[in-house]
Design a protein around this ligand. Structure first.
Ligand code: FMN
Length: 194
């Protein structure tokens, strides 16, 4: 089956993050974001895609700062409240009943109750006609200790970071579970010459 352009977004599982920003006058904003990916390891930089008409993009341009919050699956209703199209003067923390969490290195607060908070400063914007790619430098990354196990690894089946599969008329929210296969990084080095 060949997918037409309008169907193509269905094939990739996507993360669900919440991006928090503040406007020039200090109004707090939160919006869900799925077109977002780390730029290789060790997560010094992150890139997100934004349609032009987004308060989030305006705020990042105005202040040069944003926080990428990782919500648990239990926060899905708040995520969908933040997805509504509020005017810029509306505080979306208040609308969704989310608690601001003071950030360490940037002005926008993080979202209380999330699993992790990546504080970012704007490094570069690549502007296209209808959208922009925003590259942020991660200046501080903190997690909720409760989602890490004794080995220092994220217990994602307990933490349940929210993800999503897009469909024709809506989206199914999902969460990661183990497939039964664990691969050591060393496997990737097998067969390498020299
Ligand atoms: C799960 C989910 C993921 C989203 N991902 C993006 C995205 O990657 N880029 C984008 O421009 N909008 C995305 N949106 C839409 C924005 O969250 C939505 O338009 C929101 O109202 C924007 O708020 P703002 O104008 O306060 O920035 C997403 C919405 C949902 C529900």
């Amino acid at each position: 089956m060949i997918l037409r352009p309008g169907q193509r977004e269905q094939v990739l599982p996507l993360p669900v993050t919440l991006i928090s920003t503040v406007s020039d006058d200090g109004t707090k904003n939160v919006a869900p974001w799925s077109n977002i990916t780390p730029i290789l390891r060790p997560l010094d930089e992150i890139v997100l895609a934004s349609w032009i008409k987004r308060d989030t993009l305006e705020n990042i341009r105005a202040t040069g700062e944003f926080v990428v919050n990782i919500p648990p699956a239990s926060m899905v209703e708040e995520v969908m409240i933040c997805a509504r199209n509020y005017p810029p003067e509306v505080d979306e923390f208040a609308e969704a009943g989310l608690a601001p969490r003071p950030s360490v290195k940037v002005r926008p607060p993080g979202v209380g109750g999330c699993l992790a908070w990546m504080e970012c400063v704007l490094a570069e914007e690549i502007a296209r006609e209808n959208y922009s790619l925003v590259i942020g430098t991660v200046v501080h990354l903190e997690t909720d200790d409760r989602c890490f196990n004794d080995a220092g690894e994220m217990d994602f089946e307990r933490a349940e970071p929210l993800s999503v599969m897009l469909g024709r008329e809506g989206m199914w929210f999902t969460r990661p579970v183990r497939s039964g296969r664990f691969a050591r990084y060393a496997e990737m080095a097998a067969g390498r010459k020299g």
